[in-house]
Ligand binder design. Structure first.
Ligand code: ADP
Ligand code: MN
Ligand code: MN
Ligand code: MN
Length: 336
């Protein structure tokens, strides 16, 4: 009887930013990954005397690291009575996605991240700083980019896993990169983004590098790392009016979004480095200093999608997609 490896991946209870955990289960050929368990007292999800938590598979894909028949199994965490655990943000996202399914929501997230070697960004000099920002964004050459081998391996892994990865690019700060996932419906998008993050950490491990989602990895005149959330409903894909209504709606609950868009957001959204201050809310066409941007090609085509530029790199995609749907849906409901 042949057997295969299933890497069960889940989100822990670490605060303020949840981390990923995973462990391996050996399964018999022909059987699907079933619910499993783990020790929640080691992941900030339980106390020692009642430590069991349940892993429920929600998304399974080929494991591009191990290859063969092996799989990655993204899970959400349940209590032993099979209700969502307190750390489980997917359950609320699923509820809201279901409620507004008729609007046909799509999301595309741009995950920025920073590679670190020890305590410094990868390739940065032992003492002092690299040359100021300017030549690094989408750069080429050993003096401009650091860690391309990690980034290329990650791209190949996402493709082999069948994830909806849309592209990659080097970012404004040296050792900072981005990949995009989507467009996909909110739950699929979020499940896949968490798997893509896990693959990134796992692949960087082989290079003795750590991939981080810090929002402001280096203080001073260096760009922070965000996770721009592009989104559309069927109505927005038909008309710019719906896009503008959605953009304005986001302003109604600006503070609530800021509070839930990732740890350290005030440090990143300063009004400099291609951000809008967290104190302000501004919609703009092509404006990278706006909180919400209408891409130029959307303005030209008079339909498409908009970009919420506020989320931090360390945001939880289940939270950002849920909040956007909750805030915008009531305003766009009548547009279909
Ligand atoms: P930027 O110009 O901000 O760097 P990117 O090209 O990095 O933009 O990312 C744009 C993202 O928008 C892509 O990941 C894509 O998946 C997403 N996207 C494209 N069309 C739509 C749409 N109709 N609805 C939602 N997301 C979309
Ligand atoms: Mn981008
Ligand atoms: Mn970017
Ligand atoms: Mn963007």
């Amino acid at each position: 009887m042949s057997r295969y490896k299933a890497e069960y991946i889940w989100i822990d209870g670490t605060k303020p930013t949840h981390k990923l955990r995973s462990k391996t289960r050996i399964l018999e050929e022909g059987t699907e990954p079933q619910t499993w368990g783990f020790d929640g007292s080691s992941t900030q999800q339980a106390v020692g005397h009642a430590s069991d938590c349940v892993l429920r598979p929600v998304f399974v894909c080929p494991d591009p690291i191990r290859g063969g028949d092996d799989v990655l199994v993204m899970c959400d965490v349940l209590a032993t009575d099979m209700t969502p655990h307190g750390s489980n943000t997917r359950a609320a996202c699923a509820e809201v996605a279901e409620r507004y399914a008729s609007q046909e929501w799509w999301f595309g997230l741009e995950q920025e991240y920073t590679l670190f070697e020890g305590t410094r960004p990868l390739g940065w000099p032992d003492n002092g700083f690299p040359a100021p920002q300017g030549g690094y964004y989408c750069g080429v050459g050993a003096d401009e980019v650091f860690g391309r081998e990690v980034v290329e391996d990650h791209l190949d892994a996402c493709l082999a896993a069948g994830l909806a990865i849309a592209g990659i690019n080097a970012e404004v700060m040296p050792a900072q990169w981005e990949f995009q996932i989507g467009p996909l419906p909110p739950l699929e998008l979020s499940d896949q983004l968490w798997v893509a993050r896990w693959l990134l950490y796992r692949i960087a491990e082989d290079y003795k590098v750590s991939a981080t989602l810090y929002a402001k990895p280096v203080k001073g005149d260096w760009n922070g790392a965000g996770c721009h959330a592009n989104f559309s409903t069927a109505a927005m894909r038909e008309s710019i009016d719906a896009c503008m209504i959605a953009a304005e709606a986001l302003g109604d609950r600006h503070d609530l979004h800021i509070q839930n868009y990732g740890d350290g957001i005030e440090e990143r959204l300063t009004g400099q480095h291609e951000t809008c201050s967290y104190r302000d809310f501004k919609v703009g066409v092509s404006d990278r200093g706006a909180a919400v941007r209408v891409p130029w090609h959307v303005a030209v085509a008079k339909k498409g999608y908009i970009e919420d530029r506020r989320p931090n790199a360390n945001v939880d995609p289940y939270v950002v997609t849920r909040l956007i749907m909750e805030t915008v849906s009531s305003k766009t409901e009548s547009l279909r």
